[in-house]
Design a protein around this ligand. Structure first.
Ligand code: FAD
Length: 449
């Protein structure tokens, strides 16, 4: 690959998700003298697909986001990441199947997102509204909508991005930020395959009334991210902000709720669920909870939360007023280290396209943001170096770092997706409590020494 360094080069970004948009801003902010940038997305408009769910942005994600974005965007961050209220703890508490604490990630409280950025350790973060974060990131970005990329063609002096509508676009670098099913990845690294974790998830956004939110907060010691591991290979997580989503007298909060169970149960029962019918999906999720969880307060709460789905969104019309129609989905991921290093050339993978991560530990978007930061940094250092070497350094670091997150999230699911008896539970409690003690010692050292 021979790229002349005396002309302004063009970067083509395919995919306007968190990754593509952060990198777009970062090119304009940090590399504007060297590169033009264009961005394309298959959606027809910003509203085409619901970009909901809450997401947890960790200290590393926050730092990368600040590096990538200009000050006029940074002042809007509190729209997507409102200042923590006094009773909110932006951390995760994990319990067993009946709500007994296994571990709680230590956390330093901050007044706002700007304080997180200046911390010297990683025990901080913030629960954010993913859809609003995307709205903020869309500001000032000239996206070419309705451009579904179907592949690319390399030439001696550049690369053509090819679109389904028959058009094509020429650039010096092509960034595949086009998510887990990336056609760019499938062409560039065909042997990098999607891994099926063997578990099914049902994820919904719901409007939670104050009394249930209080119950969750009290069971989970005010931690905004609540997770539980069942005895039968099943999991739940829920997270929300204690900030009302409308102005009614009785506050309601937007929560993301997910129930995960081994797919083998659906295969064994040979049941047929219509995934296009939200009501049957929710009924099914509730019946799995009843089957796999013991009768207890936490189980009742989960069932009550799932029962809220049909009534959950005020702006959408009945019969099913949710933000996004619930479906059963397989949890999938991609480990970039499962294949040998790929060629370091003009085609660069960023985000879920290279390393989709299951959501159980809330690492995916943070890893995507770190890619945008890292790629910018390497391209910035390119002055006295050749471009291939910069891309090689990006690929190498991105693969190693993101694989760690993918495998940590994968192993969390795989290690707990089999039923356990009393002895297994004892080992589970001991391991988590040890990790809890270790985390607290580490956090104490970071906070005070
Ligand atoms: C329920 C849930 C909860 C999560 N919680 C967290 C969390 O708490 N913390 C966290 O860090 N992460 C979380 N994640 C993961 C996080 O959302 C993803 O890792 C992140 O959004 C991936 O960003 P991306 O930009 O790489 O890909 P995407 O967000 O998937 O964006 C890809 C973009 O490419 C476009 N596109 C796709 N194909 C084409 C094509 N052929 N041509 C043109 N455009 C195309 C799409 O329209 C889309 O806009 C969660 C995910 C889920 C599902």
């Amino acid at each position: 690959m021979d790229v002349p360094t005396n002309k302004t080069q063009t970067i083509l970004i395919v995919g306007a998700g968190v990754g593509g948009l952060s990198f777009y801003h970062s090119v304009r902010k940090n590399l504007g003298k060297k590169f033009n940038v264009k961005i394309f997305d298959r959606e027809k408009s910003p509203e085409d697909r619901w970009q909901g769910y809450n997401i947890y942005i960790s200290k590393k994600g926050v730092t990368s986001l600040f590096y990538c974005t200009p000050p006029e965007l940074q002042v809007r961050f509190p729209e997507a990441m409102p200042d923590p209220t006094p009773t909110e703890y932006h951390t995760m508490l994990l319990t067993d199947h009946i709500g007994r604490k296994l571990l709680k990630i230590p956390y330093q409280k901050t007044k706002n997102i700007y304080e997180i950025e200046s911390l010297k350790h990683d025990f901080a973060g913030i629960v954010s509204y993913r859809n609003i974060l995307r709205d903020v990131l869309l500001e000032g970005v000239d996206i070419q909508w309705g451009k579904k990329c179907v592949g690319y063609e390399e030439s001696d002096d550049g690369v053509w991005a090819l679109f389904e509508d028959g058009t094509r676009e020429f650039g010096d670098l092509l960034i595949g930020a086009d998510g887990i099913n990336s056609p760019i990845r499938k062409q560039k690294v065909p042997n990098l395959e999607i891994f099926d974790l063997g578990v099914t998830s049902v994820t919904v956004d719901i409007a939670v009334p104050k009394n249930l939110a209080n119950q969750l907060m009290s069971n989970y010691s005010n931690s905004l991210i609540q997770e539980s591991i069942g005895k039968n290979g099943d999991f739940h997580f829920s997270f929300f902000r204690l900030i009302p989503i409308d102005k009614s007298d009785e506050p309601i909060y937007r929560a993301t709720l997910c129930y995960i169970y081994p797919t083998r149960y659906d295969i064994k029962d040979n049941i047929s669920i219509d995934d296009n019918d939200p009501e049957s999906v929710i009924k099914h999720a509730i019946s799995r909870i009843r089957q796999l969880r013991p009768p207890c307060e936490l189980t009742d709460l989960l069932i009550e939360l799932f029962s809220l789905v049909p009534f959950s969104h005020v702006e959408e019309k009945y019969p099913f007023r949710t933000y996004i129609p619930p479906r059963r989905r397989q949890l999938l991921d991609i480990d970039p280290l499962s294949v040998p290093p790929w060629k370091n050339d003009r085609i660069i993978l960023l985000g879920d396209a290279a390393h989709a991560t299951n959501p159980i530990l809330g690492l995916g978007a943070n890893s995507v943001l770190q890619d945008a930061y890292l790629l910018t940094k390497e391209l910035r250092n390119c002055e006295n170096d050749d471009l291939v070497e910069c891309i090689r350094r990006y690929n190498e670091q991105m693969r190693i770092r993101s694989s760690k997150d993918v495998m940590e999230s994968r192993n969390f699911i795989l290690n707990h997706q089999k039923p356990v008896g009393n002895f297994g539970l004892l080992i589970r409690y001991s391991v988590f409590r040890l990790i809890d003690v270790f985390n607290n010692i580490l956090a104490f050292i970071k906070f005070y020494i």
